[in-house]
Design a protein around this ligand. Structure first.
Ligand code: ZN
Length: 195
């Protein structure tokens, strides 16, 4: 099949993480075969595109003015810094943490255009100062970019006087926060140490 609309659909689907060309083609056929599915999915996508945005305070995803964590008055005391909303969700699902979050939307990688501005470092410093939080926990992947980001944030947050800790080494090297099981994540939180 060489129809332009079909190629376009396959091309867009294959932009998703973990979706190769073959899978994208299979998904495209599934969407063509099931019109209800195509309609429901496109409505869900439109809603995501139109309504979901960054929480102005912590950069978590939200469809309101403030995300569900920030609008919960019982939360506070410390701030957990994560690379992306998927990491936040893993930590929330594991029920490990009752403080606030800050989402970097990436890791420090100057060669890929990810610098302090893209990570919102100034906003993080402001949030720590505004909330007067005692501890900032860096829950970042155990990769070289994650290490570099931890060192950088440790220095950037010095001025706030907050204690900056990071997840324990129990996290296997190369591990991604998003895919860690709840037990490993709990141990990494438990054994966190000063940056
Ligand atoms: Zn928020």
């Amino acid at each position: 099949m060489t129809d332009r609309w079909f190629d376009r659909l396959v091309e867009q689907l294959s932009r998703l993480p973990g979706i190769g060309r073959k899978t994208a083609t299979r998904l495209a056929f599934a969407l063509v075969d099931d019109r209800d599915l195509a309609r429901d999915l496109s409505e869900a996508l439109r809603e995501t595109w139109e309504r979901v945005r960054e929480c102005p305070r912590c950069r978590n995803l939200t469809e309101g003015d403030s995300c569900s964590v920030c609008s919960d008055p019982s939360r506070g005391g410390s701030i957990c810094v994560v690379a992306n909303p998927a990491d936040l969700r893993s930590i929330e699902d594991a029920g490990l943490f009752r403080g606030l979050y800050f989402v970097l939307h990436g890791l420090l990688a100057p060669l890929d255009g990810m610098g302090p501005t893209q990570l919102g470092v100034e906003r993080l410093v402001r949030l720590v100062e505004e909330t007067g939080c005692e501890e900032v926990i860096l829950a970042l992947d155990a990769t070289s970019d994650g290490e570099a980001t931890c060192s950088f944030l440790g220095r950037a947050l010095e001025c706030t006087g907050a204690r900056v800790t990071r997840l324990a080494r129990g996290m296997p090297s190369g591990a991604s926060v998003e895919f860690m099981d709840a037990l490993t994540l709990a141990q990494a939180f438990e054994g966190r140490r000063k940056v």
